[in-house]
Write a protein that binds this ligand. Structure first.
Ligand code: 2IT
Length: 445
C-alpha cells in the first residue's frame, strides 16, 4: 500500500473543497515525503500523514465589539490547534480581512514543520480573525482584542497553546490580548510571545524573523563560497520581517533596493538606509500608511500597481504574504539573473514559482525553513518566562544564529541529491521526522 500523491490529495480536497491554500501547503509537503514515507512503511501503516493533515482541534468563535461611533461590530475568530505531538501548540495570530479557515489551516500546517525544524519543543498552531486594523483607533483595537480574548482565553495557556503575532498583530495587539488574558486567568504566565520588554518579552524577538531569514540565506550563500557583500536584494514587504531584514542586509554589506505594499513598490537604487528605516518603522507598524508616502518622503521612484520581482537582483526576499511570487514573477527573477530566493513570508511562492526555482537549480529556501527565526525566538521567550529570567540581546542573537545554522544543516542532510540541495524536500522531510516519530511513540491519538 504505497503512498500516492494524487490519491492522497483527492481525499484531502474532497473533505474541504474550498481550502485551496491548505491544499497547496499539504501537496507541497506530501510531494516531498512520498519517497521517504514509501521507504519507511511504518509511517503509512500508522496513517501518520492522514492524521497529520487533520487538525487536533479547531475553535471558531464570535467577536462582538463596539466601535468609536457606538455601533456594534461582529468579527469571526479562529484558533487552529494542529499538532501537539512535540510540544504545546505554538503559532501567531493573523488579523486581516482575507483570513478564513483554509488560510489558517495552511499556516498551522506549515507551522508544525517549521517549529519542529527549530528543534525547540513547540507543536503547531495558528489563529486569527477577519478584523481589519487599518484605520481603527487604539481604543477600538483594544476593545476588539479584549473581546477576542474573552473567548480565546479558555482555549490557550502557557502549557497548552501560546499565540504570538503575525500579519496585523504586533506588540500593541499582543499587549492588549495578554492584558485581558492575565485578568481573566488571574495569573502572570508566558501565554503569549512577542510581548513588550517590560512584561516578559524577549530581546531580539521583533528582529528575529528578518534577521533569521538573512542568517539562513547567508548559510546558503556560503555553500557557493559567496556572501552578502555587494549583493543586490529585492524585498517586498514593509512590516516587521521586511524592515529588520533590511537592517541585517545592510550590516552584511548588501543593498536592498525595493520596499512596497499592495499598491506598488518604491525603487531605491542606492539601497534603503538606516535613516529611511527610521522613517518607515513607526509609520507602518502603527499607522499602516501606504508605501507611497515613503517614496514621496525620500523622492525615490514609486511604481504603482507593480511588483518588485521585475527588478534585477542577486537575491529575492518576499516578506509580505502567501503566493506573492507567481510563475511569471519567478521567470522574471530568473531571466534577470536572480540566483537565491529566501522566503520571509509563509508560502511566499506559488507551486509554479517553486517548480521554476528548483528546475533552474538556484538556491531556494521555503518560508518554513528560512523564516523560522521568529518562532524560534518565541520559543526562547517561553524558556525565559519559565525560568523567570532574561537573556541579553547577544545571548538571544547567538542562539538564533545557531538555530538557523542548524535548520540549514537539517535541510542539507535531508535535501541534498548529488550536488544540488533541494531545500523544499530538506525542510519538509527534516521537519516531518521528529513529529512523525513522536506521534508513533505516543500511539493512536
Ligand atoms: O509564522 C510565524 O512563524 C509567526 N507568525 C510567528 C509565530 C510565533 O509563535 O512566534
Amino acid at each position: 500500500m504505497a503512498l500516492d500523491l494524487q490519491d492522497f490529495m483527492a481525499k484531502v480536497i474532497a473533505k474541504d473543497p474550498d481550502q485551496k491554500e491548505f491544499h497547496q501547503a499539504v501537496e507541497e509537503v506530501v510531494a516531498s515525503l512520498v519517497p521517504y514515507v514509501n521507504a519507511h512503511p511504518k509511517y503509512e501503516k500508522a496513517k501518520i500523514l492522514e492524521r497529520i493533515v487533520e487538525p487536533e482541534r479547531v475553535i471558531q468563535f464570535r467577536i462582538p465589539w463596539v466601535d468609536d461611533k457606538g455601533e456594534i461590530q461582529i468579527n469571526r475568530g479562529y484558533r487552529v490547534q494542529m499538532n501537539s505531538a512535540i510540544g504545546p501548540y505554538k503559532g501567531g495570530m493573523r488579523f486581516h480581512p482575507s483570513v478564513n479557515l483554509g488560510i489558517l489551516k495552511f499556516l498551522a500546517f506549515e507551522q508544525t514543520f517549521k517549529n519542529s525544524l527549530t528543534t525547540l519543543p513547540m507543536g503547531g498552531g495558528k489563529g486569527g480573525t477577519d478584523f481589519d486594523g487599518v484605520g481603527k483607533s487604539d481604543n477600538e483595537v483594544m476593545r476588539f482584542c479584549q473581546s477576542l480574548i474573552n473567548e480565546l482565553y479558555r482555549h490557550i495557556g502557557p502549557n497548552l497553546d501560546i499565540p504570538a503575532g503575525d500579519i496585523g498583530v504586533g506588540a500593541r495587539e499582543v499587549g492588549y490580548m495578554y492584558g485581558q488574558y492575565r485578568k481573566l486567568a488571574n495569573e502572570f504566565t508566558g501565554v503569549f510571545t512577542g510581548k513588550g520588554r517590560t512584561y516578559g518579552g524577549s530581546l531580539i524577538r521583533p528582529e528575529a524573523t528578518g534577521y533569521g531569514v538573512i542568517y539562513f540565506a547567508d548559510a546558503m550563500l556560503k555553500t557557493k563560497g559567496e556572501s552578502f557583500e555587494g549583493k543586490i536584494v529585492v524585498n517586498s514587504g514593509y512590516g516587521n520581517v521586511g524592515t529588520h531584514l533590511i537592517h541585517k542586509v545592510n550590516e552584511l554589506g548588501g543593498k536592498v533596493v525595493t520596499i512596497g505594499d499592495q499598491y506598488g513598490y518604491a525603487y531605491v537604487p542606492q539601497g534603503i538606509n538606516a535613516e529611511m528605516l527610521d522613517f518607515i518603522e513607526p509609520l507602518w507598524a502603527r499607522d499602516r500608511r501606504p508605501a507611497k508616502d515613503f517614496a514621496d518622503e525620500f523622492q525615490v521612484e514609486w511604481r504603482a500597481g507593480r511588483r518588485p520581482w521585475e527588478v534585477k537582483c542577486d537575491i529575492a526576499c518576499p516578506t509580505a504574504t502567501q503566493n506573492e511570487i507567481n510563475g511569471d514573477d519567478a521567470k522574471a527573477l530568473l531571466n534577470n539573473g536572480c540566483w537565491c530566493v529566501a522566503e520571509g513570508s509563509n508560502m511566499s511562492s506559488t507551486k509554479e514559482a517553486v517548480d521554476a526555482f528548483i528546475e533552474a537549480k538556484i538556491l531556494y529556501a521555503p518560508g518554513k525553513a528560512s523564516n523560522a527565526g521568529g518562532v524560534a525566538v518565541s520559543g526562547l521567550e517561553m524558556s525565559q518566562n519559565s525560568m523567570r529570567y532574561s537573556w541579553t540581546s547577544e545571548e538571544v542573537d547567538a542562539k538564533l544564529k545557531q538555530i538557523m545554522a542548524g535548520i540549514h544543516e537539517t535541510c542539507v542532510e535531508y535535501g541534498k541529491v548529488d550536488d544540488y540541495v533541494n531545500y523544499v524536500n530538506g525542510a519538509n522531510i527534516g521537519g516531518f521526522v521528529k513529529v512523525a516519530e513522536s506521534m508513533l511513540a505516543q500511539g493512536i491519538i
